[in-house]
Design a protein around this ligand. Sequence first.
Ligand code: HEM
Length: 130
Amino acid sequence: MPRVSAAFFVTGGLLLLGGMILGEYMGAHENFTLSPLHAHINLLGWVTLALYGTFYTLTKDTYSPRLAWINFVLSSVGVLAMIPVLALLLTQPDGPAKYGPLAGAAGGIALLGLLVFLVSAFRELVRRRT
Ligand code: HEM
Protein backbone atom coordinates (compact mmCIF):
# COMPACT_ATOMS: atom_id res chain seq x y z
CA MET A 1 0.00 0.00 0.00
CA PRO A 2 1.42 3.47 -0.84
CA ARG A 3 2.21 5.63 2.19
CA VAL A 4 -0.39 8.22 1.10
CA SER A 5 -3.12 5.53 1.30
CA ALA A 6 -1.98 4.60 4.81
CA ALA A 7 -2.09 8.32 5.71
CA PHE A 8 -5.70 8.52 4.43
CA PHE A 9 -6.66 5.43 6.46
CA VAL A 10 -4.94 6.59 9.68
CA THR A 11 -6.55 10.05 9.48
CA GLY A 12 -9.94 8.57 8.50
CA GLY A 13 -9.75 5.94 11.23
CA LEU A 14 -8.94 8.55 13.90
CA LEU A 15 -11.87 10.68 12.67
CA LEU A 16 -14.14 7.60 12.83
CA LEU A 17 -13.00 7.05 16.43
CA GLY A 18 -13.94 10.65 17.24
CA GLY A 19 -17.24 10.41 15.33
CA MET A 20 -18.24 7.18 17.08
CA ILE A 21 -17.35 8.56 20.52
CA LEU A 22 -19.46 11.64 19.73
CA GLY A 23 -22.31 9.29 18.67
CA GLU A 24 -22.03 7.37 21.95
CA TYR A 25 -22.01 10.66 23.88
CA MET A 26 -25.10 11.98 22.02
CA GLY A 27 -26.97 8.72 22.65
CA ALA A 28 -26.00 8.54 26.33
CA HIS A 29 -27.11 12.15 26.94
CA GLU A 30 -30.13 12.01 24.63
CA ASN A 31 -28.94 15.26 23.09
CA PHE A 32 -28.80 15.19 19.30
CA THR A 33 -27.84 18.82 18.66
CA LEU A 34 -24.50 17.71 17.22
CA SER A 35 -25.97 15.00 14.89
CA PRO A 36 -24.96 16.86 11.72
CA LEU A 37 -21.38 17.21 13.07
CA HIS A 38 -21.32 13.47 13.85
CA ALA A 39 -22.55 12.72 10.30
CA HIS A 40 -19.92 15.02 8.71
CA ILE A 41 -17.05 13.56 10.75
CA ASN A 42 -18.07 10.01 9.81
CA LEU A 43 -18.98 10.55 6.17
CA LEU A 44 -16.56 13.30 5.07
CA GLY A 45 -13.87 12.10 7.49
CA TRP A 46 -13.95 8.31 7.54
CA VAL A 47 -15.92 7.23 4.43
CA THR A 48 -14.55 9.84 2.00
CA LEU A 49 -10.91 9.66 3.14
CA ALA A 50 -11.00 5.84 3.10
CA LEU A 51 -12.33 5.88 -0.48
CA TYR A 52 -9.57 8.28 -1.57
CA GLY A 53 -6.99 6.01 0.12
CA THR A 54 -8.47 2.95 -1.60
CA PHE A 55 -8.28 4.65 -5.01
CA TYR A 56 -4.55 5.37 -4.62
CA THR A 57 -3.91 1.73 -3.61
CA LEU A 58 -5.85 0.48 -6.64
CA THR A 59 -3.78 2.79 -8.88
CA LYS A 60 -0.48 2.29 -7.05
CA ASP A 61 1.48 1.65 -10.26
CA THR A 62 0.22 4.68 -12.17
CA TYR A 63 -0.96 7.41 -9.74
CA SER A 64 0.79 10.75 -9.23
CA PRO A 65 2.13 10.86 -5.62
CA ARG A 66 2.23 14.67 -5.80
CA LEU A 67 -1.49 14.92 -6.64
CA ALA A 68 -2.31 12.23 -4.05
CA TRP A 69 -0.54 14.12 -1.23
CA ILE A 70 -2.17 17.43 -2.21
CA ASN A 71 -5.52 15.58 -2.18
CA PHE A 72 -4.66 14.21 1.29
CA VAL A 73 -3.65 17.57 2.78
CA LEU A 74 -6.64 19.52 1.39
CA SER A 75 -9.21 16.84 2.27
CA SER A 76 -7.85 16.26 5.77
CA VAL A 77 -7.44 19.95 6.61
CA GLY A 78 -10.94 20.66 5.23
CA VAL A 79 -12.69 18.12 7.43
CA LEU A 80 -10.55 18.93 10.50
CA ALA A 81 -11.31 22.65 10.10
CA MET A 82 -15.00 21.84 9.80
CA ILE A 83 -15.19 20.20 13.24
CA PRO A 84 -14.85 23.26 15.54
CA VAL A 85 -16.70 25.48 13.07
CA LEU A 86 -19.73 23.15 12.79
CA ALA A 87 -19.73 22.63 16.57
CA LEU A 88 -19.97 26.42 17.07
CA LEU A 89 -22.53 26.83 14.27
CA LEU A 90 -24.80 24.17 15.83
CA THR A 91 -24.51 25.25 19.46
CA GLN A 92 -24.07 29.04 19.58
CA PRO A 93 -26.93 31.55 19.50
CA ASP A 94 -27.09 32.96 15.98
CA GLY A 95 -24.61 30.21 15.00
CA PRO A 96 -25.52 29.89 11.30
CA ALA A 97 -25.27 33.66 10.75
CA LYS A 98 -22.00 33.95 12.68
CA TYR A 99 -20.21 30.80 11.56
CA GLY A 100 -21.84 30.04 8.18
CA PRO A 101 -19.11 31.78 6.15
CA LEU A 102 -16.35 29.95 8.08
CA ALA A 103 -18.16 26.65 7.54
CA GLY A 104 -18.31 27.50 3.85
CA ALA A 105 -14.56 28.19 3.82
CA ALA A 106 -13.75 24.89 5.57
CA GLY A 107 -16.05 23.05 3.16
CA GLY A 108 -14.34 24.89 0.31
CA ILE A 109 -10.98 23.36 1.32
CA ALA A 110 -12.56 19.88 1.30
CA LEU A 111 -14.09 20.72 -2.09
CA LEU A 112 -10.65 21.65 -3.45
CA GLY A 113 -9.44 18.24 -2.22
CA LEU A 114 -12.20 16.60 -4.25
CA LEU A 115 -11.21 18.59 -7.35
CA VAL A 116 -7.61 17.33 -7.00
CA PHE A 117 -8.96 13.78 -6.57
CA LEU A 118 -10.99 14.22 -9.77
CA VAL A 119 -7.81 15.24 -11.63
CA SER A 120 -6.19 11.99 -10.35
CA ALA A 121 -9.23 9.94 -11.40
CA PHE A 122 -9.40 11.61 -14.83
CA ARG A 123 -5.67 11.01 -15.31
CA GLU A 124 -6.28 7.32 -14.62
CA LEU A 125 -9.20 7.28 -17.07
CA VAL A 126 -7.25 8.66 -20.01
CA ARG A 127 -3.81 7.12 -19.42
CA ARG A 128 -2.39 4.93 -22.18
CA ARG A 129 -3.01 1.20 -21.66
CA THR A 130 -0.97 -1.49 -23.37
C1 HEM B 1 -20.36 3.96 17.57
C2 HEM B 1 -20.95 4.24 16.43
C3 HEM B 1 -22.07 5.23 16.26
C4 HEM B 1 -22.96 5.71 17.19
C5 HEM B 1 -23.07 5.37 18.69
C6 HEM B 1 -23.86 6.63 16.49
C7 HEM B 1 -24.89 7.35 17.09
C8 HEM B 1 -25.74 8.22 16.43
C9 HEM B 1 -26.81 8.99 17.06
C10 HEM B 1 -27.20 8.91 18.56
C11 HEM B 1 -27.41 9.74 16.10
C12 HEM B 1 -28.60 10.73 16.28
C13 HEM B 1 -29.89 10.02 16.00
C14 HEM B 1 -31.07 10.98 16.10
O1 HEM B 1 -30.94 12.17 15.72
O2 HEM B 1 -32.14 10.53 16.55
C15 HEM B 1 -26.73 9.46 14.84
C16 HEM B 1 -27.05 10.04 13.62
C17 HEM B 1 -26.37 9.83 12.43
N1 HEM B 1 -25.27 9.01 12.26
FE1 HEM B 1 -24.35 7.88 13.71
N2 HEM B 1 -23.49 6.69 15.17
C18 HEM B 1 -22.41 5.85 14.97
C19 HEM B 1 -21.72 5.63 13.78
C20 HEM B 1 -22.01 6.25 12.56
C21 HEM B 1 -21.27 6.04 11.33
C22 HEM B 1 -20.05 5.09 11.19
C23 HEM B 1 -21.86 6.82 10.37
C24 HEM B 1 -21.52 6.99 8.92
C25 HEM B 1 -20.46 6.46 8.32
C26 HEM B 1 -22.98 7.53 11.00
C27 HEM B 1 -23.81 8.41 10.35
C28 HEM B 1 -24.89 9.06 10.93
C29 HEM B 1 -25.80 9.94 10.21
C30 HEM B 1 -25.75 10.27 8.71
C31 HEM B 1 -26.72 10.43 11.15
C32 HEM B 1 -27.88 11.43 10.91
C33 HEM B 1 -27.37 12.84 11.20
C34 HEM B 1 -28.46 13.90 11.14
O3 HEM B 1 -29.64 13.56 11.20
O4 HEM B 1 -28.10 15.08 11.08
N3 HEM B 1 -23.02 7.17 12.32
N4 HEM B 1 -25.72 8.56 15.08
